[in-house]
Design a protein around this ligand. Structure first.
Ligand code: 5AD
Ligand code: SF4
Length: 434
């Protein structure tokens, strides 16, 4: 038998790309490809790209530049570009970089195997009617204890800064029957924790008026599914049933990523976010009433066009009022085709200074949230062995990384531990005997 062909995948950007990369790797597995960590060994290189900010987008072209000598020395090497840059720029990528053989947008991944078999260059950025995931074969092999599961794609919110509604298209929900079948299959392959993914995951809906809260309740009935999470949510779509699921479903982890972007009503309006700072704070109150130990995380954009010092102070005030466990903050990046890109930008050095100030506050809150865990009992799902002998690493219910001295521990064990110390990005803990 000939040696298997080797596929190298690099994934940029969000967790939905991580899930898509796994599914593409499985589909290419059916074509005789095995994945490799070494780009030099690869017969096919697939770059699964992100378009959310200019920097993420530009990485594609610098990586392609670095691949040039490899392709020159190995003309049979196939180079594919997938993801949101592929969707946004399409054939333009091949014009700029003729070495690229395949350009495939996020809704056309089921066509990747055929594109890889074809000899000439090909581009597919359609939004076909069929669900690509139904046409992407899955392996039955065992896998690690945590998995992503995309339940919803696309976004209808049209925040003024964001390319997602254009690159991923309109909101589409996968059906409950398919999602429950996929969850059962994942659990049969060793998964104990599933993170439901969607660009706007809490807008997911199924037939008969099902919302995400109902889907979560049905999914945790799958025996062996011990933990469930979901991301990313919009504050406008936190339905009562989803909030009450946080109170009533023990397998639903006390963690919520709820991007707010800004604390200034003026800026929120200009961003077309359709909520005010006060709406957000009241929503947080209701969520905390349902699940008092919930850890909240968020996304922020600083330097949005028109942002004044007073607007930025309102963002800092909101951060202080909520107390986040962690948050991502970004400097506004004007994206072609979005309404905000038409507006005059904030001076770069001012945006930089605001970003630093916000990040310092967020870092302090993250430290405080971790410190507050010291001495407490938490549950940890082991994901891998630690760097030290006899050490295991996993995530707590609050998604904090925890290092545990546990010579008997195995990947996939769900254990009780007592937190002994907090380091910059993780906790140390001691196993509590069963
Ligand atoms: N500039 C900076 N940050 C952005 N985000 C989305 N679009 C932009 C942009 N044009 C951020 C938002 C979003 C996260 C995924 O990326 O905070 O929640
Ligand atoms: Fe982009 Fe999220 Fe706004 Fe949708 S809700 S447009 S994905 S920032």
């Amino acid at each position: 038998m000939a040696d298997a062909k080797k596929l190298f995948i690099k994934t940029y950007g969000c967790q939905m790309n991580v899930y898509d990369s796994e599914r593409m790797a499985e589909a290419m597995g059916a074509e005789g490809y095995v994945t490799t960590d070494s780009v030099e060994d690869a017969d096919m290189v697939l770059l699964n790209t992100c378009h959310i900010r200019e920097k993420a987008s530009e990485k594609l072209y610098s990586d392609l530049g670095r691949l040039k000598p490899l392709k020159q020395g190995k003309p049979d090497l196939k180079i594919g570009v997938a993801g949101c840059v592929a969707q946004a720029e399409g054939a333009e990528i091949q014009r700029r970089m003729p070495m690229v053989d395949i350009v495939v947008g996020p809704q056309a991944y089921h066509r990747l195997p055929a594109m890889a078999r074809a000899s000439g260059p090909s581009v597919d950025t359609d939004f076909p009617a069929e669900d690509k995931f139904d046409h992407l074969p899955q392996r039955k092999a065992n896998r690690g204890p945590t998995a992503f599961l995309t339940v919803q794609e696309g976004c209808d919110k049209f925040c003024a800064f964001c390319v997602v509604p254009y690159t991923r298209g309109a909101e589409v929900s996968r059906t409950p029957a398919r999602l429950l079948a996929e969850a059962r299959d994942l659990v049969a392959r060793g998964v104990r924790e599933i993170t439901l993914l969607g660009q706007n995951v809490n807008a997911w809906h199924g037939e008969g008026g099902w919302g995400l809260g109902r889907l979560i309740r049905e999914m945790v009935a799958v025996p062996g599914l011990d933990r469930i999470r979901y991301t990313t949510s919009h504050p406008g779509d936190m339905a009562d049933d989803l909030i009450s699921a946080h109170a009533e479903v023990p397998q639903l982890m006390p963690y919520l990523h709820l991007p707010v972007q800004s604390g200034s009503d003026r800026i929120l309006k200009a961003m077309n976010r359709k909520h005010t700072a006060d709406h957000y704070l009241r929503l947080i109150q209701r969520i905390r009433a349902a699940r008092p130990d919930i850890l909240l995380t968020s996304d922020f954009i600083v330097g949005f066009p028109g942002e004044t010092d007073a607007d930025f102070q309102a963002t800092l005030d909101l951060v202080r009022a909520v107390g986040f466990g962690m948050a991502y903050s970004f400097k506004y990046s004007a994206r072609p085709g979005t309404p905000a890109a038409e507006r005059p930008p904030v001076a770069d050095d001012l945006a930089d200074a605001r970003l630093q100030e916000l990040q310092a506050l967020i870092t302090a809150q993250q430290r405080a949230a971790q410190e507050a865990m010291v001495g407490r009992e938490v549950s940890v799902l082991y994901e891998k062995a630690g760097r030290l002998p006899g050490q295991m690493v996993g995530k707590s219910q609050h998604l904090m990384a925890v290092h545990v001295d546990d010579a008997q521990g195995r990947i996939g064990d769900l254990v009780r531990v007592r937190v002994s110390a907090s380091a910059s990005n993780s906790l140390a803990a001691v196993r509590i005997p069963d």
